[in-house]
Design a protein around this ligand. Structure first.
Ligand SMILES: [Zn+2]
Length: 252
């Protein structure tokens, strides 16, 4: 059977989806189209290209925070590494390492968790659904959490670190269109752990006092309840994604 329009559209859709999710996945899919066993071919190519990217991206100014590092800064989920979403400029790795190190020095055993950062290649290639993570100079960090036994190292409330919102007062009206997702249906699914305020406050303070950091996003009700104050801690606006489930860091 020849390439019908429908098949071309299907493959274009798969290419677009894989590219949007992982940047290099689309290319792996196109190459796999020439192989007899397409799925096996895709997976093999994707893994090979991803590993090669670990070594090639630094030539273009981006390095990965890998999932096999240990120490105070670690990636929250293997999914972020597998999807090539933990790349950033080397200076940002230093900033995050330093801040995570500060928190761990004050409270040994603390693990700061990286969520989405950026893709390995290109400026202006957005890391959806984040609109701004397109230049390797931005990263998201998870909050710290605790239960009745105390701090839970390496644990976030949500399995991917996002969308487990700390509810609090907001001045935002319900507007549309908006990235300020409520996800009310999802909230009861998250485990009953609570924000660990001491470490979360220490991490935000360490980042805010770092001259290399230009801006942090954190929801105003958390800035207040954590007793934080810094000109660098901003509100992202009512149409942007909520920041009462994670911390967003911008490099200067
Ligand atoms: Zn962000």
């Amino acid at each position: 059977m020849g390439l019908s329009l429908l098949r071309i559209a299907l493959h274009a859709g798969i290419f677009a989806l894989l590219t949007v999710l992982t940047q290099i996945g689309g290319m792996a899919w196109v190459l796999a189209l020439f192989m007899r066993r397409r799925i096996v071919g895709f997976l093999t190519l994707y893994i090979l290209l991803s590993v090669a990217t670990l070594f090639v991206a630094p030539l273009f100014g981006r390095v990965a925070v890998t999932c096999w590092r240990d120490g105070p800064l670690q990636v929250q989920s293997w999914a972020y590494c597998a999807m090539n979403r933990t790349y950033m400029v080397p200076e940002l790795v230093e900033v995050l390492d330093d801040a995570a190190g500060d928190v761990a020095q004050a409270r040994p055993g603390t693990v700061t968790l990286l969520l989405d950062a950026g893709f390995p290649f290109g400026d202006g290639f957005p890391l959806l659904p984040h609109l701004s993570h397109s230049d390797g100079r931005r990263a998201d960090l998870a909050f710290f959490y605790q239960d009745e036994t105390g701090y839970l190292p390496g644990r976030a409330r949500s399995p991917i670190g996002y969308f487990a919102f700390e509810q609090g007062p907001t001045a935002c009206p319900k507007v549309w269109p908006t990235m300020r997702w409520e996800m009310g249906w999802l909230q009861p699914a998250f485990p009953d752990v609570t924000l660990e305020p001491e470490r979360t406050r220490s991490l935000v303070s360490a980042l805010a006092s770092d001259g290399r950091v230009s801006r942090l996003f954190l929801e105003p009700h958390l800035v207040q309840s954590l007793g934080l104050s810094s000109e660098k801690i901003r509100f992202q606006g009512c149409r942007a994604a909520r920041h009462d489930d994670h911390i967003h860091v911008d490099l200067r």
